[in-house]
Design a protein around this ligand. Sequence first.
Ligand SMILES: [Zn+2]
Ligand SMILES: [Zn+2]
Ligand SMILES: [Zn+2]
Length: 272
Amino acid sequence: MKIKLLGTGASEGVPAAFCYCGVCKNAREKGGKDLRTRNQALINDRYLIDFPQDTYFHSIKYNISIGDIEHAIITHAHEDHFYTFELNHRCPPFAHGTGAHPLNIYGPASVAEKYAKLDPPIDEKYVRMHQLKAFETYRIGDLDVTPLPAMHGGENMECFIYIIEDGKSRLLYGHDTGLPPREAMEVIKTKYFDCVILDSNAGFENPGRYHMNIPENIQLRDEMLKAGSIDNKSKVVITHLSHNGLLTHEQFERVALENDFIAAYDGIEIDF
Ligand SMILES: [Zn+2]
Ligand SMILES: [Zn+2]
Ligand SMILES: [Zn+2]
C-alpha cells in the first residue's frame, strides 16, 4: 500500500491564520515542512481519507484530479475532516463533465447526519453518502475497510478510526482519537499492522481526551508491540500536529527519531 499524507496539521493548520505564537512565526519564516495544512490522505493514488477545507488546495499542490476520485472515507464530521460546502462544486454549473460516476462518501453517523442537512441536497449522480457501522468490514473499491470507534468528538458525534487493507498490507489510520476505546483496542490487538498512523496533536502538552500526545503515542505503540499487532518492521507515523504542541518540524522529527516513529509532514509518502 502507498499512502501520501496531503495535510498533517490540526484544525487551524500551522501557521494558524491569526496566530502569533513562536511555532506559527517560525513556520511563516521557514516554510517547507513547517507548514501543515488540514488533514487529508491519499491511498494508492485512488482513495481519499477525509475531505477538509484544504482539499481544493491539495488538488492543485499535488496535481490530484479530484474529479476522478470515486471514494472518500471520512473519519468524522469536524470541518477540518469533512467540509461539505466544497461538495456542491462537483455539480453543474460549478463543474462540468463530472456525472460519469459519483464521489462516494463513507463515514460514521455524524458524517451522514451532517451531509443530510445540506440545503439544497446534492444529486446522487454527483455525490453519494454511505453510512458505515463500527466493527463491520466493507468492500470499497479494492480495499477492505473496517471502522472502529474513536475517542473523539464527545457523546453526540460518532467518530471512526479505520483498519484499511489492500490485499497486500494492512494500515491502522488512527486519528483523530485519544487513546482508542477498549472495544477498538480489542480488535486492533487481534491484527498485524504494516503501518500505523497516530494522532500526535499535542506534542508533549496535555492532549485532553480526544487527541494524543507523544507519551501516549509511545504507550499505545508499546501496547501494540506487546500484543504482536506491530513489530520492528511496522512503520509507525505520528501526525495531526497542532501549533499548541509547541514543536517545530525539526523538533518533532528529532523526537520521532529517538522513539522509532516517522514524523509526518505535508506531502510525505509511505510505502509498506
Ligand atoms: Zn482533526
Ligand atoms: Zn500558533
Ligand atoms: Zn476532530
